[in-house]
Design a protein around this ligand. Structure first.
Ligand SMILES: Cc1ncc(COP(=O)(O)O)c(C=O)c1O
Length: 525
């Protein structure tokens, strides 16, 4: 009965796999499509599959897609849809091939992206630790990159300003690029503190720094574009996954304080779309020097100089959420500050979360070229990833008060530095005692990088420690020392490197941990 029509393959709801010429995939996918369309469509679909597979087998991949412009399809399939609803028929609709669903654990219920996405490894570990602590275990919790508000409260000025803003009725939608007073105060703040002059149109307020990162990726990176990021680093692998980007991780080692250099990056950035940098770095607490970052900027400028007029540029996302938290003589440096020519290619990611222990307030921002910022504002507006309005109003007031900020940091940064130095000193003492540990001197952020070179060591229960995960578990169970392996930051190497975060512990917690750690390390054979 089915009346055969001839249609362009591009307009047919045929599988992408078929268009690529893969016979097996085409068969599977066309059959899946037929199943979706229902039993009445089966005969027609069978015929479509047969024709498709024949073509896929007899032609090479590309010609199939190009030459098989006329295919047989059963009219009832099309007609049935056309008469059932007022929606455009599949013929009139743009080419949207049914997805060829590879076997997946979710049985095809989720998008491919969602089904392949993993949650935060850090939060998983942190949840385990919280549960053990709630059950009464004595643990020095060095896992989460967050703050215990009892140890690290937000500035009182900010708290009061938020309360006042709410009382003042600042409770509606904020504009999608942020309230003007905050963008203006950010403009002044960047100019005075970082020497960066940006127009208001180059400043976008976001709901914490995460949407600024997501927005940067989303605004610049197409599926298949190459993204270069150092390992260890925070979450770039997950953002790449969400975008379908081609990941180009560059492994950095302790010799470079785990920071990338021009020499390490130069192969990877060829033809890439985005270079993701972060300083001070999560997880290591180390920071770029002007020399190293300057050389990376020169490399980016040379790469963009090599690209032809029609080619898309390489951008740098510069995540500087910890820039206010540098210690000692460390001076924060930026790509645009070092090389003004980097301005068209640099997106700054920043926020209130870390410098003001305000992770729950969700105020962040992105600063960069106005065309990218405008597009990001539109895009994030659809997501609704704004910072709450009252927090924005209050943040604007805070950033205009350098005296309040100075006063706050005099206390909070000192408390952070003290904890980091106590941790570092404790690790140095263990090392000096001949135990197989190490740590890098902290330069900023709230992290210490520590090494527990315990691979191959035998625990008292007879088990041998072979992986970072096994070391993590041993230190947790034997010493109540909760830390995060570099695996949570994209590393594939079981080389004993870990992140220690100080935001949720007191000095007393750290002091009490070291004797336990000492004993646990000495118990290994
Ligand atoms: C390097 C880095 N960037 C961005 C963020 C996200 O910050 P926010 O909490 O403001 O989203 C974090 C959080 O840990 C971070 O470590």
């Amino acid at each position: 009965m089915a009346k055969i029509r001839r249609l362009s393959i591009a307009r047919l709801k045929l599988p992408a796999a078929l268009k690529r010429g893969g016979a097996a995939a085409a068969k599977k996918s066309a059959a899946a499509g037929a199943a979706k369309r229902g039993a009445g469509a089966k005969a027609a679909a069978k015929k479509a599959v047969k024709t498709a597979v024949t073509k896929a087998v007899t032609k090479s991949a590309k010609p199939v897609a190009k030459k098989a412009t006329a295919m047989a399809v059963a009219k009832p399939v099309v007609k049935k849809r056309a008469t059932k609803s007022s929606q455009p028929t599949p013929i009139a609709a743009p080419a949207t091939a049914p997805l060829a669903v590879a076997p997946r654990s979710d049985g095809g219920r989720l998008s491919q992206m969602a089904s392949g996405l993993t949650g935060s490894e850090i939060l998983k570990i942190a949840a385990e630790i919280r549960a053990q602590m709630a059950a009464g275990a004595t643990i020095c919790n060095l896992t989460v990159g967050d703050f215990d508000s009892k140890q690290f409260p937000i500035p009182e000025f900010l708290r009061d300003a938020i309360t006042a803003a709410i009382a003042n009725g600042e409770t509606n939608y904020p504009p999608s690029d942020g309230v003007l007073p905050l963008r203006q105060s950010l403009q002044r703040f960047y100019a005075s503190e970082l020497g960066l002059d940006y127009p208001i149109e180059g400043i976008l307020v976001t709901g914490g720094a995460r949407p600024a990162i997501y927005g940067t990726y989303r605004s610049l990176v197409d599926p298949g574009d190459a993204v270069v990021y150092p390992v260890p680093s925070w979450n770039n692998n997950h953002y790449c996954h969400q975008l379908g980007a081609l990941e180009r991780p560059v492994v950095c080692s302790a010799e470079q304080s785990f920071l990338p250099t021009r020499a390490l990056l130069q192969e990877a950035i060829r033809g890439a779309r985005l270079l993701s940098l972060n300083s001070p770095l999560n997880p290591t607490g180390t920071a770029f020097s002007a020399e190293v970052l300057g050389e990376i900027c020169d490399m980016v400028l040379e790469e963009n100089g090599r690209r032809g007029p029609g080619e898309r540029p390489l951008y740098v996302m510069y995540d500087q959420v910890y820039w206010m938290l540098t210690f000692g003589g460390v001076k924060h440096v930026t790509p645009v500050g070092l090389r003004p020519e980097m301005r068209p290619y640099t997106l700054f990611v920043d926020g209130l979360s870390k410098p003001f222990s305000a992770t729950g307030l969700r105020v962040g921002w992105c600063v960069g070229p106005t065309d990218v910022i405008r597009s990001m504002s539109n895009m994030l507006g659809h997501v609704g990833a704004w910072a709450p309005r009252a927090e924005q109003i209050a943040s604007a007031q805070l950033l205009d008060r350098p005296d309040v900020i100075r006063e706050f940091h005099a206390v909070s940064k000192q408390a952070e530095q003290q904890r980091l130095e106590t941790l570092h000193g404790g690790m140095a003492a263990l090392k000096a005692a001949g135990l197989p540990v190490d740590a890098l001197a902290p330069a900023g952020a709230i992290y210490l990088t520590a090494r527990f070179a315990l691979m191959g060591k035998q625990a008292p229960d007879g088990t041998t420690l072979r992986t970072n995960e096994e070391i993590r578990r041993y230190l947790l169970n034997a010493a109540g020392c909760a830390i995060v392996p570099f695996q949570a930051f994209g590393s594939k190497q079981d080389d004993g490197w870990f992140r220690m975060s100080i935001g949720a512990v007191s000095l007393a917690d750290i002091d009490a941990m070291f004797p336990r750690l000492d004993a646990a390390l000495r118990a290994l054979r």
